[in-house]
Design a protein around this ligand. Structure first.
Ligand code: ADP
Ligand code: MG
Ligand code: ZN
Length: 604
């Protein structure tokens, strides 16, 4: 049945053509019927009438049915059918009512039904097809319209995921425990007049467990979990995205307290009006509707919207405003310890051979996401099963690592041992210089897990917002930024491209010191930032110089001198603390991330 339906659906045009052709044949067949086919001539009838052999003649239109007096075995009159021309009376043939009984039947009676039938059947068929096509289009349409019923996957019971299923990601979990509490005990917060947050944005690379964390929040709170992906909003028909948002939120409100999860929000949440040429009306309407719904919650409603993205940079700032997705939770790629924990979670139910060491496995999979690790164990199990083994051995796992690394879905970067080592020295360099420079901010975190395009990062945020900055602070900042490159140079006698982002920041800051802040002794207190710029499409198209070539040369010299000095400062610190640099690097290679306490303990 389904097959037939699909066939009709896919081949309706052909079927339509067949029907049209068939009906036109039908027409010609019908018209053929009206062509007299004489079996017995009318003049012959006339003769027989003269002879008195005919009992009666029935006339239907131009068809004559002749009943003879002669009977057959059953006592029925023998009959014969013939035709006359239209509009010719029988009397012209000498057949008169006096000679024979003539019954005139309603001329059209016989053919009228056929006429009606043949006239209307094509129309009926056509109408049927139109209805069919229409219904098809509408089917898709109404599917979209009734999305609230069909598309949002409402898992009231299904969310059994808890934080225990999420290995590692302790920081993210800490941030989210609060959200669970909002859902569970809203009264506690409301009594103190606190407004419960609306939106939580999970930011992190693909496969790091954002969806998993959102589910875990729902599971922990025992709340229904509505999920939809950003790309589902913008599917096919104009105006559907916005109505889907409306439906989703309406349904969620009825089920409060609950969680709405919008995956890949960047698909709809891109900055509005950013595209040059061509409007993205549909997307913008959807985004606007999300904003409207986020604002539309009243304080009594206990619905929390969670969203996930790996491109927070492209999101419309309106989404990130207070009262919307103002809580942001970073979900990073796992470090070595977290990888081991994730492997342990997914090794459950998979019999591992004794030679498989999860710790070693974690060491070898730097740069893998949670999803990659899950996939790794799964591939290992498949390989073992293929060889009819009873458990998963070291060889299977080793092969699986390669498979996952080569796999088409992998987008995250895998870091080689050498790259890892260089990155560790580089980041340790930044951290050491920051630690030993009196005016630099303390180090909060060092990591050699790649984030974005950087292979690692050292995080030393300002202790408090600095409005006034001194020259010595800037100089120390420069030294910290150059510390990574200097550490590479010192250790490997060579620099890599890893420092290019640092260098860009260094040049920018040094230039600002000379041309904007008047921190160059040679040039003195003067602003030379050439603000007489031509503005085109909101961008500085051309900056007109407001100083001479000679000054330009001095600026360049001063910038070089400042950078040179900062580089030397960094170098001096590193040479003096070469042993500590090595110790820090080794620690980083083992742990991959170091928190502030661990770092400071190491520094003594
Ligand atoms: P994202 O939404 O960030 O792309 P997912 O949440 O869909 O990633 O993760 C894909 C799968 O990877 C999850 O279903 C889970 O099995 C596994 N996974 C990812 N991170 C973790 C983790 N921290 N602990 C356990 N499993 C994880
Ligand atoms: Mg996801
Ligand atoms: Zn760096």
């Amino acid at each position: 049945m389904k097959f037939i339906f699909d066939f009709l659906k896919n081949n309706w045009i052909i079927l339509l053509l067949v029907v049209i052709v068939a009906t036109s044949f039908g027409y010609s067949d019908y018209s053929k019927r009206t062509i007299p086919k004489e079996e017995i001539g009318i003049s012959e009838i006339a003769e027989q009438v003269e002879k008195g052999m005919v009992e009666k003649i029935e006339i239907t239109g131009n068809q004559l049915k002749i009943f003879f007096k002669e009977k057959d075995e059953k006592g029925q009159s023998k009959t014969e059918t013939t035709y006359k021309e239209d509009g010719v009376s029988l009397t012209q043939y000498g057949i008169t009512p006096e000679k024979v009984k003539i019954d005139i039947k309603n001329a059209e009676a016989g053919s009228i039904w056929w006429g009606i039938f043949s006239t209307f059947v094509p129309f009926l068929l056509l109408a049927g097809f139109l209805w069919f096509i229409f219904r098809q289009a509408q089917g898709a349409n109404s599917q979209a319209m009734s999305f609230g019923k069909s598309k949002a996957r409402l898992n009231i019971q299904n969310v059994k995921t808890t934080f225990a299923d999420v290995a590692g990601s302790e920081e993210s979990k800490k941030d989210l425990i609060e959200v669970v509490d909002f859902l569970k005990n809203p009264k506690k917060y409301r009594d103190l007049g606190a407004q419960i947050p609306r939106g939580v944005l999970l930011i992190g690379p693909p496969g790091t467990g954002k969806t998993l964390l959102a589910k875990a929040v729902a599971g922990e709170a025992g709340a229904p979990f509505f999920s939809i992906s950003g790309s589902e909003f913008v599917e096919m028909f104009v105006g559907v995205g916005a109505s889907r948002v409306r439906d989703l939120f309406a349904k969620a409100r009825r089920n409060a307290p609950c969680i709405i999860f919008i995956d890949e929000i960047d698909a709809v949440g891109r900055q509005r009006g950013a595209g040059l040429g061509g409007s993205h009306d549909e997307r913008e309407q959807t985004l606007n509707q999300i904003l409207v719904e986020l604002d539309g919650f009243d304080t009594e409603e206990n619905v929390i919207v969670m969203a996930a993205t790996n491109r927070p940079d492209v999101l419309d700032p309106a989404l990130l405003r207070p009262g919307r997705f103002d809580r942001q939770v970073l979900v990073d790629l796992p470090d070595i310890k977290e990888r081991e924990a994730i492997l342990a979670v997914h090794a459950k139910g998979k019999p591992l051979a004794k030679d498989v060491d999860l710790k070693k496995l974690a060491q070898k999979t730097s740069g893998f996401s949670g999803a990659d690790l899950k996939n790794l164990l799964n591939e290992g199990a498949i390989l073992a099963a293929r060889e009819n083994k009873k458990n998963i051995g070291q060889a299977d796992v080793a092969e699986a690592i390669e498979k996952v690394m080569m796999g088409p879905e992998r987008k995250s970067k895998v870091i080689s041992e050498k790259e890892k080592q260089i990155t560790a020295y580089h980041e340790a360099g930044h951290a050491l210089v920051a630690h030993f420079s009196p005016h630099a901010d303390p180090v909060h975190k060092i990591s050699i897990i790649s984030r974005g395009r950087a292979l690692g990062y050292t995080w030393n945020p300002p202790e408090q917002d600095r409005v006034l900055q001194s020259r010595s602070e800037f100089e120390d900042d420069l030294a910290v930024m150059l510390g990574g490159r200097e550490a590479e140079l010192l250790t490997f006698k060579e620099v890599t491209t890893g420092a290019h982002n640092d260098l860009a920041r260094v040049s920018k800051l040094a230039r600002a010191m000379v041309t904007e802040y008047g921190m160059s002794d040679k040039l003195g207190p003067i602003s030379l930032n050439g603000k007489d710029s031509v503005v085109f499409l909101g961008k500085d198209l051309a900056e007109a110089k407001n100083y001479s070539e000679k000054t330009a040369q001095i600026i360049d010299e001063e910038i070089s001198r400042i950078i040179e000095m900062a580089g030397k400062a960094a170098r001096d610190i590193l040479i003096k603390n070469k042993a500590i640099l090595k110790k820090l690097t080794d620690e980083l290679l083992v742990k991959e991330t170091l928190e502030r306490e661990e770092f400071e303990a190491l520094m003594g």
